[in-house]
Structure formats: C-alpha cells, structure tokens
Design a protein around this ligand. Structure first.
Ligand SMILES: [Zn+2]
Ligand SMILES: [Zn+2]
Length: 243
C-alpha cells in the first residue's frame, strides 16, 4: 500500500485504516463492531473473529510491539531472527486479511454518526463547522484577504518565497489551522486576529485554530550530493482555538 489513499469523499488522504474484510463491509454498512489491532510495520485492524482465528494459528501471545520492545530491552542475541520471524508473521497476516483500506476521515465521521444513532457518548469532539476539503474556494478567499490586508514575512523553508501564512484545512477530528510565522509582536498578532475574525463573520463555518510561530525550523543534513532538510514541528508562541 502506498502512503496515500484516494477517497471519493475526501480526496487524497494519508490517514487510513488497514482492516479485515468483515470490518470493511461493516463500515460500509454504517456499523462499528468491536475491533482489535495488531501493530508492527503498520497497524492492522481486525474483527474479533479474525483476530482470534489468526492468533491461534500464527500469533504469539503478545502483540508485536511488546515483543520487539522485549527483544531490544534484553539485548537478546536471537533478536534479529525473532524480528525476522515477526516480520514474516506480519506479512502472512497482511496476506490473510487482504487489501482492504478505509479512509481515516470517513471512519471518524462514521464513529460520530454511529455514536449519535446509538445515543452513546461521542468518541471525540467533532469539528463539523470547520473549513475542510470541500471549502478550497473559501480557503483561497481567506488567503487572498489576509495577504491583501497584512504584509507577511517571506517563508524561508515551508514554501520559499511565498508569504509565511499557511492554511491547513480541517477535518472532523481537527479544525482548520491558520499557521502564521515570523509575526511576534503582540499588536501585529492582534491586528491579524481581527482580520481573521472579520473574514469569519462573513461565512457560516467558524471553527478554527490560529497559531503564531516564531520561525520555521528545520534540521540540515549534509549528504554526498547536497543538503537535506527536515522540518521540525514547532511549539506555537500563541494559539487560539475557536470551537
Ligand atoms: Zn474479520
Ligand atoms: Zn474519506
């Protein structure tokens, strides 16, 4: 499986579940039966019947992470062999449950619908009033509005040469994030917050997180054929959540 899945509802998504066929069929029919997970190179999510059936045939008592942890902790000389065996088991398991992938956002939406239908507590606070994949036009207007009314510093790394303002669209489990870099003075932050409030007063959706970051941070690594850069997630100077 590649790093992304194309969902009819959500477009290209990087968060998805690898499930057994029974869970896949249940999710398609709006049911969320009990499930168990096996972790190794990835996470496999299985119905109770599959988990029990395969566990008897192929699986050790512990989950894979525990076993890998134990091997590492005890500096086990047979570690390499054990990890190889586990890897083989994992592949066997993958083959047995087949290639069934379910979009992570669709699953989150399903969990919320399911909890509401059954009158159960919601599994997380849903962001249903946030700008998401359906709102690219509005997101574009927001960006144009902000860059037209405020002079942003230039991005050095995330999008070199562009304004250091990044709109990260929301989904049901997280709100739209408006990430602003290099705006550190309180009065400038306040001016931006007012612009953002003004924009949102003109549309229906309102849930958002505004984060001010001091600077874009990355680590440079020297390779034979050049320099590689890895982004380091920053802690915001200030974060405001409207939910
Ligand atoms: Zn199953
Ligand atoms: Zn989806």
């Amino acid at each position: 499986m590649s790093a992304a899945l194309v969902c009819k509802a959500h477009g290209t998504v990087i968060r998805y579940l690898h499930v057994c066929q029974h869970l896949y069929n249940s999710y398609k029919e709006e049911a969320v039966p009990e499930a168990l997970e096996v972790h190794f190179k990835g996470t496999l999510r299985l119905c109770v019947a599959c988990y029990t059936a395969y566990e008897k045939q192929h699986f050790p008592e512990h989950n894979f992470y525990d076993l890998v942890g134990e091997c590492l902790e005890h500096d086990d000389p047979g570690m390499e062999q054990k990890l190889e065996d586990l890897s083989g088991l994992y592949e066997t398991y993958c083959k047995a449950i087949g290639e069934h992938y379910f979009c992570g956002h669709c699953f989150d939406e399903l969990r919320i619908r399911n909890a509401r239908r059954l009158g159960q507590p919601l599994p997380f606070i849903p962001y249903e009033q946030t700008l998401d994949h359906r709102d690219t036009d509005t997101l574009g207007r927001l960006e144009t509005y902000l860059t037209g009314h405020f002079t942003f510093a230039t991005s050095e790394y995330i999008r070199p040469g562009e304004p250091a303002l990044f709109l990260r669209q929301g989904n049901i489990s997280s709100p739209l994030e408006i990430a602003i870099y290099h705006v550190t003075e309180a009065h400038e932050q306040e001016a931006l917050l007012q612009l953002i409030d003004h924009f949102f007063a003109s549309i229906e959706k309102f849930q958002r997180r505004v984060c001010f970051f001091e600077k874009e941070t990355w680590i440079e690594t020297q390779y034979e054929n050049g320099v590689g850069r890895t982004w380091v997630p920053e802690a915001p100077l200030k974060a405001i959540l409207i939910s």
